[in-house]
Design a protein around this ligand. Structure first.
Ligand SMILES: NC(=O)c1ccc[n+]([C@@H]2O[C@H](COP(=O)([O-])OP(=O)(O)OC[C@H]3O[C@@H](n4cnc5c(N)ncnc54)[C@H](OP(=O)(O)O)[C@@H]3O)[C@@H](O)[C@H]2O)c1
Length: 319
């Protein structure tokens, strides 16, 4: 496993990391979660991603229980969480990045995780109704209290990230260092030219999510929705629509021979494609079982195979 700096920050993350959305969601499954995390860790993964609202807080509890079971040295891994959506209804408790919510919510996350601090704390979305100064200062205070070591943004537009950096620098506050955007062969908008200043001039890092477009880019939806897949989850009809999008399925099928020529599965190929972007620090893979993770962890070895010729073949599919 290779490690990359989160932009110009000193902290290093493994090129592939492991996320918990929709997978660490069954309190009976601490054993399964620990197995997934151990498989990743043994392969060199040092970053485990979570969020306050995943499975209504259960995901943090399960990861915390798995970490206690695994007993790793705290210095050897990074844990993140994200705040914004909240766990309760009502003003100041959901869909906000105001000071009251942030300073209270971090305590809840830490207690569910059973940790003294998270390594990375993300603002899970931007909040146009709270002044950016208020959010930046609250995140700074969380870092100063030792409850998070670094902070970042998730799915923020470039101008909002630049505004947060500007406020932090002007007021000598801890600045955000990392964005967590969606990124896969079908979703590239968070790495458009508007982000050049963010990544190149401001040395921002990125930990990207849904690199397999929720599993579409494994090719497993080409013949319909497998029963034991995310697409069969009745709580997420919007995902079912995405996973059965005819145009995306046709493109996925057209990518298969390119992956095969690399000696890779479609999943490995699609993950490695994300990693060949120099603005990407870590690709967060999600897996519902150990065999998927073992397959996906091989992706890091493929990055050098994305020659200009291979990239041109890929772009021909997306014309
Ligand atoms: N910041 C945000 O707003 C945000 C949003 C979404 C996710 N995230 C983070 O990013 C992480 C990764 O996102 P994601 O889970 O959407 O990633 P993804 O890689 O696009 O999808 C992962 C899912 O695809 C299927 N899969 C993975 N590898 C496979 C393989 N080799 N063969 C067959 N199926 C395979 C599994 O689902 P099934 O087996 O159930 O089909 C797995 O759970 C999340 O866990 C979370 O930590 C962040």
């Amino acid at each position: 496993m290779r490690y990359r700096h989160l932009g110009k920050a000193g902290i290093q993350v493994s090129e592939l990391s492991l996320g918990s959305w929709l997978t660490f969601n069954d309190s009976a499954a601490v054993e399964t979660t620990a197995n997934l995390m151990a498989t990743a860790y043994d392969a060199g993964v040092n970053f485990f991603d979570n969020a306050e609202n995943y499975a209504g807080g259960l995901s943090e509890e399960i990861m915390g229980a798995a970490l206690r079971k695994l007993g790793w040295h705290r210095g050897s891994y990074l844990v993140s969480t994200k705040l914004y959506w909240g766990l309760r209804e009502g003003p100041n408790q959901q869909n906000t990045l105001n000071r009251k919510y942030l300073l209270e919510a971090i305590g809840g996350s830490l207690s569910r995780l059973g940790l003294d601090y998270v390594d990375l704390l993300y603002c899970h979305r931007s909040d146009k109704t709270t002044p950016i100064e208020e959010t930046v200062r609250a995140m700074h205070n969380i870092v100063e209290r030792g409850q998070a070591l670094y902070w970042g943004t998730s799915e923020w537009d470039a101008p909002d990230i630049l505004a947060a950096i500007e406020v932090a620098e002007r007021q000598h506050l801890h600045r955000p260092i990392v964005e967590q955007p969606i990124y896969n062969l079908f979703a590239r908008h968070r790495f458009g030219d508007d982000y050049r200043t963010v990544y190149e001039e401001n040395g921002y890092g990125s930990t990207v999510f849904s690199p397999l477009a929720s599993g579409l880019l494994t090719g497993k939806y080409l013949d319909g929705i497998p029963q034991d897949s995310r697409g069969a989850n009745h709580d997420f009809d919007w995902l079912k629509t995405e996973l059965t999008n005819e145009q995306h399925l046709a493109k996925t099928a057209a990518l298969a021979p390119i992956a095969a020529d690399m000696g890779a599965t479609l999943a490995q190929f699609s993950l490695a494609w994300c990693l060949q972007n120099p603005w990407v620090s870590s690709v967060i893979t999600g897996a519902s079982r150990v065999a998927q993770l073992q397959e996906n962890l091989q992706a890091a070895t493929l990055v050098d195979q994305f020659t200009p010729e291979v990239l041109a073949r890929i772009e021909a599919v997306f014309k």
